[in-house]
Design a protein around this ligand. Structure first.
Ligand SMILES: [Zn+2]
Length: 205
């Protein structure tokens, strides 16, 4: 797959390429490692690279283990809306929270950590799941003159999806490169994500 011409005003947003989301991790996305060649090769073309890192305190409210009688992938109602419950993952400072060993991170200028507030989850690189609390990323990109955001990473149907939708909402031209993404794909959620992104004006490559 060839990229469109990359400009100085483009940013590559690499979402949650962490050990817990890869093979052997506690919330492994199928075939996750297949995204590494695309990201490592094409990352070289971008002047602006931002990484996100899911970064939960132990006992985070999105973990099924802290809720009585709930299992991973159940949905509960939180004050901010529906919340899918997950196996414990990406606990701050643990090995599983580290970036995949083969991910080239040297050229990245910023790491946005998210999900660090116990009572609220954060799928998007821009907003927590209340869609109000900001991570500051939009302001950072705008102050640096970024106009277009290329999204890659894990998982297509959750954190990539919500990051891309918020990038559009914040007024960025937004491209999701599928060669650089893999999804959990429970109950057709990859297709749901593609449909939601396309109808919001996100370009899928
Ligand atoms: Zn998480």
């Amino acid at each position: 797959m060839t990229l469109p011409d990359i400009k100085d005003t483009d940013c590559l947003l690499i979402i949650d390429v962490q050990k817990d989301f890869c093979t052997g991790g506690s919330l492994a996305v199928p075939d996750a490692e297949a995204i590494l060649p695309w990201i490592n090769t094409n990352g070289e073309h971008f002047n602006n690279i931002v990484l996100t890192q899911d970064w939960h305190p132990a006992g985070h409210s999105s973990f099924a283990s802290v809720h009585d009688k709930q299992a991973p992938f159940d949905t509960i109602t939180m004050p901010y809306g529906d919340q899918m419950l997950w196996p414990d993952h990406c606990v701050q400072g643990t090995d599983g929270a580290h970036f995949h060993d083969e991910l080239k991170t040297t050229a990245a200028q910023l790491v946005i950590r998210k999900g660090f507030r116990t009572d609220i989850d954060s799928y998007s690189a821009f907003y927590e799941n209340d869609h109000v609390t900001t991570t500051g990323l939009s302001g950072y990109l705008k102050e640096r003159g970024v106009q277009r955001v290329f999204c890659v990473g894990l998982a297509l149907d959750y954190c990539v999806r919500f990051s891309a939708l918020d990038a559009r909402r914040e007024g960025f031209e937004t491209v999701v490169v599928e060669a650089g993404c893999r999804g959990i794909n429970a109950n057709g959620s990859n297709d749901d994500a593609r449909e939601a992104m396309q109808s919001a004006g996100v370009q899928l490559l």
